[in-house]
Design a protein around this ligand. Sequence first.
Ligand code: PGA
Length: 256
Amino acid sequence: MAQRPYIVGNWKMNGTRAMLSEARAIDRASQRLMKVEVAVAPPFTLIHATRKEAQQMAIGAQDCHAGSEGAHTGDVSASMVADAGASFVILGHSERRQNHTETDEMVKAKADSAIEAGLKVIVCCGETEADRDAGKAIDVVTSQLRGSLPVGGDVAERLTVAYEPVWAIGTGRVAADSDVAEMHAAIRALLLELYGEPEEDSEVRILYGGSVKPENAAQILSIADVGGALVGGASLTAESFLGIVMGATEAEEAAA
Ligand code: PGA
């Protein structure tokens, strides 16, 4: 049996304590929508407070430093986010890669550090529009993942991959179903090469991200090997985020 669909809200640089009511509403509803695993990654400043609101959903961070402590003004380590209540961290998001010039090597170092601190990790990848137009999308994404994914031990049990075409993030544009299926199959083949056959029920989930909305969630989640969604803009209100969780529930029921 495959794992439950995993729907993760990435709040990015949004949210003050006024948004805790949204977190509470998402958590309460997720207790009734148990066919789907629900998680939210608020900004660092809200991790502790959202964790206190959450009885069912997981709380994560959107980044962490690769080091464990020291003279790194403004940075936050994996063990610090774990201490604040996070159980996972999103790493290598294209906004981090672009705005903070994060390389694959840096993402891998962060992933190793997060695993060491006991966190689960969601490693992001995705091609630009120019890469796709040049027919290089699969090469770019698999090369990013080869450089960014943690290896060794039982890391696969704590790993999720998020495929997010850069041109689909926050734009309202979504990749064609056939392109998503093709990319997820290529990522699956790479995961098999790196980690071998998974134990039953512990297959690494591959999320799709980029303009996922309540209106398109069930469709996207019914594509082969789409194990969930990483959601930005539509995760900021309980109403729209729960619309996506409902869509995932529908897709799960249809597949059963
Ligand atoms: P979006 O963002 O849903 O607003 O397109 C997705 C993401 O960046 O994770």
